[in-house]
Design a protein around this ligand. Structure first.
Ligand SMILES: Nc1nc2c(ncn2[C@@H]2O[C@H](COP(=O)(O)OP(=O)(O)OP(=O)(O)O)[C@@H](O)[C@H]2O)c(=O)[nH]1
Ligand SMILES: [Mg+2]
Length: 414
């Protein structure tokens, strides 16, 4: 394992949580923390981030401890990068770079590879001067940075600029298609539930739990004990027997101080969240960083205008830990499936929130409409009468009106 010294400043309220998180992020890249340096000064040095005297102390510590890398828990400016590279005779990284590398390693689909590659190139472009010499450092061990899909990192300005334009063009084609799909879904009026939360909280596992409880023989989504296992949204249509279907959206995990270059790749996830009818806020019951994580999530939800969307808070991993908090939450385990039924009932409570009981008579020659209703709505009672099947069902006024229009349209065939 490569050995790193982590550096932070105490002006950040959450610096210790953030530093602990950075340690964990680095471990994902095979980099182990051997020491940390906490700079106790409110002013950030424009050239060296921490004070110029302190930087020499850092340099000595790195030599004595035979560190391979110094990681700064901040986004280093291109200028800081250049100066630090000149002073410290060692590989340098910042928080953005670490997160970008993790995304890079996990990108699999065409879209996520393009997104990560774009983010990486946009990050590198202004920092080329410092980074080029930093990465080509001779001697000692150093982290071998890669682009997504295991490509060598491109460090030529003109190539980078050309690639950025190309990738943007390809992405806009993919995004247009996604927007059209989302519009189609919105027009379809399906109730949409988004799983939202910090990376590794258990969102994808929760989606799998839903699939296990609500369906059999179904393909599961990837859930792994690694940060940012999910790099794009996944959508699944689910339904309880004899009830309305809903769409469940598994989204990309959040992290505090997300590199700005990566925000773009989160946009499609954020759009999905903002367009949903209900948010399930997923919290890792075993995490010690809950304040940092919750604040990050609350801020993002507020920024994307999702504060008005109703929310259920779910705490995962109840099989591992007893979680206690002041706010209302549903405790679940994706291992034992404890609590999943309660969660599904709660979701249905929201799905039916604006529904009331209506009666419809479906003539016997409209069997396809009857089938459609049985498969898509909560039926309370079915009864055969002289003129047709009488259905008592739980629907909204709008759904009732739509169904009536189907029934009155003699040409309509669902
Ligand atoms: N014991 C236990 N482990 C869980 C539970 N839920 C999730 N995990 C584990 O936690 C890890 C992360 O789970 P994921 O479902 O991939 O988390 P995620 O929120 O989708 O993470 P990202 O996609 O990275 O944002 C995996 O190793 C899961 O097996 C649970 O209820 N109990
Ligand atoms: Mg996931």
């Amino acid at each position: 394992m490569l050995k790193a010294i982590l550096v932070t400043n105490t002006t950040n309220d959450y610096y210790l949580d953030s530093l602990k998180e950075l340690e964990n992020l680095a471990l994902n890249l095979g980099i182990e923390k051997i020491d940390e340096l906490i700079w106790n000064n409110k002013t950030i040095n424009n050239n060296t981030f921490i004070g110029s005297g302190k930087i020499l102390e850092l340099k000595r510590a790195a030599e004595i401890l035979s560190a391979d890398i110094v990681i700064f828990d901040t986004v280093l400016t291109p200028n800081q990068f250049k100066h630090l590279d000149e002073i410290l005779d060692i590989q340098i990284m910042d928080r953005s770079f670490v997160i970008l590398q993790i995304f890079s390693l996990h990108a699999r689909s065409e879209e996520s590879i393009l997104e990560v590659s774009l983010a990486e190139k946009e990050y590198l472009l202004p920092r080329l001067l410092g980074i080029r010499s930093n990465m080509s450092r001779q001697g000692g061990s150093s982290y071998n940075a890669k682009g997504p899909g295991e490509t060598k990192l491109e460090l030529d300005r003109r190539v980078l600029e050309r690639d950025i334009l190309n990738i943007k063009r390809k992405l806009s084609i993919i995004e247009n298609k996604k927007d059209r799909n989302r519009d189609k879904r919105l027009n379809n009026n399906s109730f949409t539930v988004s799983l939202v939360g910090y990376t590794n909280a258990g969102k994808s596992s929760l989606m799998n739990s839903f699939i296990k409880v609500l369906e059999s023989n179904n393909e599961e989504v990837l859930s792994e004990n690694k940060l940012f296992a999910t790099l794009e949204t996944k959508i699944k249509r689910l339904k309880k027997k004899n009830d309305k279907p809903f769409l469940l959206v598994d989204t990309v995990g959040f992290i505090s101080n997300l590199p700005t270059e990566l925000i773009h790749s989160f946009n499609s996830t954020l759009d999905e969240i903002a367009a949903s009818d209900l948010i399930i806020l997923v919290i890792d019951g075993t995490s010690n960083n809950n304040m940092l994580e919750l604040n990050t999530i609350y801020n993002i939800l507020e920024n994307i205008g999702a504060n008005d969307i109703e929310r259920i808070t779910v705490v995962t991993k109840s099989d591992l830990t007893a979680y206690a908090s002041d706010y209302d939450y549903i405790s679940v385990s994706n291992n034992t499936l404890e609590g999943i039924d309660v969660l599904i009932e709660t979701i249905y409570h929201y799905i039916h929130k604006n529904d009331s009981i209506f009666d419809l008579i479906i003539e016997y020659n409209k069997g396809n409409i009857l089938n459609y209703i049985i498969n898509n709505y909560k039926i309370i009672k079915l009864e055969n009468t002289d003129i047709g099947t009488k259905v008592k069902l739980l629907i909204s006024k709008e759904e009732h009106d739509t169904l009536l229009s189907y029934l009155h349209d003699s040409t309509y065939n669902i």
